[in-house]
Design a protein around this ligand. Structure first.
Ligand code: 5GP
Length: 208
């Protein structure tokens, strides 16, 4: 990482949220409407869900290929999430940042910790669901996962939400449009120095 102009990482923004929070829909809409904001496509060993496309949602790969890239130090970060590997390639990140894009990494809290440690100039945002009950309703409502997967994701959601306090900003996705506007304002707020004592959002609500 030492060969790059570190200033480009000011435009790097990590976004994390438990599955079912609406993170992907929010990010897709923002990227569609703002040509200067892009999202980095991760590699994963998990199977594609119905409707997901290789090279658009993820680069779907196998364990051997993933492990080879780990060995070759191709990943800026990677983690095992819900039993599968997920990772961000260094080259993809640098290529997009060098085009002067604001770049989103849609990754879990383990990846977020690695990025903050490696690239302190980057910023991070955590998206919370309005409540655990609402998250459960959304996970069941989307009808893409089996019961054991839903239960595993809910269990992981509690673990992930416990890390929300470590992020620079917190957005609660109660209303899609409000959350979208808030997320966009944080994403574009590149020159603001983040003071961990001054959060823009109140801390996690009593529901959690
Ligand atoms: P899903 O399988 O629902 O698409 O994603 C599961 C989790 O993996 C989400 O929390 C998502 O943000 C995270 N994730 C996706 N890509 C990456 C990545 O490249 N690195 C890390 N650390 N987490 C990722």
């Amino acid at each position: 990482m030492n060969n790059f102009n570190k200033d480009i990482f000011k435009k790097l923004c990590v976004i994390s949220a438990p599955s079912g929070t609406g993170k992907t829909s929010l990010i897709k809409k923002i990227c569609l409407q703002n040509s200067n904001i892009s999202v980095c496509i991760s590699h994963t060993t998990r199977n594609p869900r119905v409707g997901e496309q290789h090279g658009i949602d993820y680069f779907f790969t196998n364990q051997n290929d993933f492990k080879l890239k780990i060995k070759n130090e191709s990943y800026l970060e990677y983690a095992k999430v819900h039993g599968n590997y997920y990772g961000t390639l260094i080259d993809s990140v640098v290529e997009l940042l060098e085009k002067n894009m604001t770049l989103i990494l849609e990754i879990d809290y383990q990846g977020a910790q690695i990025i903050k440690r490696k690239l302190p100039l980057s910023r991070n945002i955590f998206i919370l669901p309005p409540s655990i009950k609402e998250l459960e309703n959304r996970l069941r409502g989307r009808g893409t996962d089996k019961e054991d997967v839903i239960l595993e994701r809910l269990k992981n959601a509690i673990i992930e939400i416990n890390h929300a306090k470590d992020y620079d900003y917190i957005v609660v996705n109660n209303n899609f449009e409000t959350a979208e506007n808030q997320l966009l304002s944080y994403l574009l707020d590149i020159d603001m120095l983040v003071d961990s004592n001054i959060r823009k959002e109140p801390l996690i609500d009593s529901d959690f």
